[in-house]
Design a protein around this ligand. Sequence first.
Ligand code: PLP
Length: 484
Amino acid sequence: MTFEKQFCDMPVEEFRKHGHELIDWAVKYLDNIESYPVLPDIKPGDIKKKLPKNLPQKGESMNDILSDVDNIILPGVTHWQHPNFMAYFTSSASAPGILGELLGSVFNTNGMVWKSCPSSTELEETVLIWFRDLLNLPKTFRGVIYDTASVSTMHAIAAAREDTGLDIRKKGMSEIPKLRLYCTQHTHSSIDKAALTLGIGLEGIRKIPVDPEFRMIPSELEKAIKEDRANGFLPFCVVATIGTTSTTSIDPVNDIAAICKRENIWLHVDGAHAGVTAMLPEMHTYFKGLEYADSFVVNPHKWLFVPLDLSVLYIRKPEILKQAFSLIPEYLKTSEDAIVENYMDYGIQLGRRFRSLKFWIVMRYFGAEGLSDRIRNHIRLGQLFAEWVDADPLFERLAPVPFSTICFRAKPANWNDGKKIDELNEKLMNDINATGKVFLSHTKLNDRFTIRLVIAGIRTEEKHVLLAWNVIRECLNKIFNQSN
Ligand code: PLP
């Protein structure tokens, strides 16, 4: 080996060989995904025990490393790509998305300013216009890609704070009135985290009561704002959700928007999971009023088959976001600054991955029709599952199903003890998950243990939904047989 080679990257031929092998490995993995237990049967610490404690002094061969992937890593993987992964909000990566992710790593660009990778900036601008139009969002919305909805929302709330005109950017928060943000108990915890991060504090959040279908009650919002103003608070932001995490309930955005307009308060809409359904004309009724929102977050990495991570924030006044975050040191100034977008101006992070590449590839590969068809099919399957639950006297549904997330529990007719019913359902969910055939998660609704089943994976077909239903019923039967 020459001196130069010794300090270089992996040799080209070796890269080619392992690259081909790894793609073959990926194809086999995805092709055989149903042979794995969705949830691995391991205990905390099992994986660490198998890993060497110390870094090797000498480099190791890719063969050895990849063999450890098979023997150590794979057994501890929860298979999010499995068609019966129906927990949380499913995030499944399509094959075109995986190729896009690979390509992004091959380029390994940093899109902090236009000059640092013009394609990254210009593709992001273009793809987010395509996506905006696909979702029928107002033409005035401008998009920015962040990693997650939590971070998108944090930036939206920072923009709302900037929009108060209190010059917090310069003066900080010490001398301003107490800011108040409004949401509900069903709003995602990322809003609370944004409040922690932005100095609004948990006491700066007021949770507005919901109706029996878990939707914010607009008259209660109005009342709270009035009360807070009278008590010296400064109401500055409302977060409404289209598709809440527990039940996918839909806050009445149209009515909330009217209140925000009257009160001059920023309206942020969280559509992290269900926002993609705005592409379906039959779902438009759920998005009424979104055109009046100041910002909207939607995650292509949740229900649009783009590999983690990729979240999009649309914002009506991007100049406010820029005002909040733009800070240009000498070493990042470029001669094009006046005529291009530098995405570093729109957030905390400087370095930015080339995320738009995988999104572009996914959108082009499936097209608007292919994406719509897949999501529509998931919604059809969700309605079907809800019908099965409704028709079975041993089960009850605990929330409406506008999309494809079903909240339900086992509830035999003669059972009335709330604690016993909760215990039954917790055991039922754990037993289902222990089969390795299906993975479900839970929430609490009106203090009742509630099982959630989400249909949003790109590999999920009707037979998988049926399998899930059969496993659920078999597990319940087993519990009853054991206790007799
Ligand atoms: N908003 C809603 C409605 C969610 O359900 C979630 C996560 O499930 C989030 C925000 C946070 O998403 P992320 O993991 O991208 O931060």
